[in-house]
Design a protein around this ligand. Structure first.
Ligand SMILES: NC(=O)c1ccc[n+]([C@@H]2O[C@H](COP(=O)([O-])OP(=O)(O)OC[C@H]3O[C@@H](n4cnc5c(N)ncnc54)[C@H](OP(=O)(O)O)[C@@H]3O)[C@@H](O)[C@H]2O)c1
Length: 325
């Protein structure tokens, strides 16, 4: 049985990865900061939860005893505004470096790192962004993920086969991010939809679990960098219509479609006022962001999902309409 060290198993994406690994008879060693709550959910003998910070001396020592064959590294402070640069550096960069050294010293078979498309910037300067598009990481979170990527490539290339996965914004059950906020605003009819078309590219989180199973099984040579997203980008206006129709059986009202200059002004104002969270949100709903995911198919043969199909399923089961279960 393959034995994998999985960091971040308690997180949103981590739990999908954990379930996918266990369903595929892959043994998991999972460092988490609250082992008791994870043990109460996952009782399978194939998973061992170790308690502590994933890069602490105590846990690195325990990894040596458990002897995982490879690492899937997901743990990170995610998103901006979750601490000082020092904290991002400690967890996302230096924590990753400690795992990298562990992988080198213990001659692991593989290192699989979960980065983010945010290393191209909140919205990439070249569309579709491919793994060779220049990195323009903005903000602590994206910058720390980019630094971690560089450490992994510098230290492991030529020594430990590796893959750097760059997922886009994910959605699925248990999520409280972009799509959930959008659904809430569309439902209240306060979502400022730009009148001109915007293409966005999301990721069904289930796909990421499926991908990690394929990556564990795949024989990797040297290194790969892979954008991870659904099959195709979608028109934001179509997505908003799908959400609105779910609740009200008609498309989003025309009067809620705002002209481009309103969005550009908001983008400028939020930047001048240093309102980073709001600035990111405005950018995400008024610029195209989509990615070249050909490596997913070419290297890992992952069957990608159709965003509209998954979102409709998700709406039906997470946001039942009045009278529906
Ligand atoms: N969600 C997305 O849309 C998305 C998109 C692109 C990339 N990613 C990447 O995917 C990975 C997983 O993301 P996620 O959405 O699952 O994140 P999440 O729900 O915030 O989970 C983060 C995980 O990191 C661990 N962690 C360790 N030290 C931490 C610290 N000091 N502060 C906060 N968390 C800490 C947490 O585990 P413990 O608390 O048990 O230690 C937790 O399991 C991350 O590397 C992220 O950059 C996510």
């Amino acid at each position: 049985m393959t034995k994998v060290l999985l960091t971040g198993a308690s997180g949103f994406m981590g739990q999908y990865v954990l379930r996918a690994l266990l369903e595929n008879n892959i043994e998991v060693i999972a460092p988490v900061r609250d082992a008791a709550s994870m043990r109460s959910i996952y009782r399978q003998p194939e998973v061992t939860f170790l308690e502590g910070q994933f890069y602490s001396d105590a846990l690195l020592e325990q990894y040596r005893q458990h002897q995982p064959e490879m690492i899937i590294h997901l743990a990170a402070i995610r998103g901006d505004g979750n601490g000082s640069w020092k904290k991002y550096l400690e967890v996302n960069v230096n924590g990753t470096e400690r795992l990298v050294r562990y992988a080198l010293e213990n001659r692991l078979k593989k290192f699989l790192y979960c980065s983010t498309v945010g290393i191209y910037g909140t919205v990439p300067s070249r569309i579709p962004a491919d793994p060779y598009t220049s990195a323009e990481a903005d903000g602590y979170y994206h910058q720390s993920k980019l630094l971690a990527e560089k450490i992994i490539l510098n230290h492991l290339r030529g020594h430990v086969p590796l893959a750097i996965f760059r997922p886009t914004i994910s959605y699925g059950f248990g999520d409280d991010g972009f799509l959930v906020k959008m659904i809430s605003m569309v439902r209240k009819r306060v979502f400022p939809l730009m009148s001109s078309q915007v293409l966005i590219h999301l990721l069904d989180v289930n796909s990421f679990g499926e991908l990690m199973v394929l990556a564990v099984r795949k024989k990797l040579d040297d290194y790969h960098i892979v954008n991870v997203a659904d099959k195709n980008p979608v028109q934001l206006s179509q997505l908003v219509d799908v959400i609105h129709s779910h609740f009200f059986e008609k498309p989003y009202p025309r009067y809620m479609r705002t002209p481009q200059f309103f969005h550009r002004f908001s983008e400028w104002a939020t930047q001048v006022l240093k309102m980073r969270g709001a600035h990111i949100s405005v950018k995400l709903i008024s610029h195209d962001w989509y990615y070249d995911t050909s490596n997913l198919e070419n290297i890992f043969e992952l069957p990608q999902h159709n965003t509209f199909d998954v979102v409709q399923y998700y709406l039906k089961h997470s946001f039942p309409r009045n009278g529906e279960q």
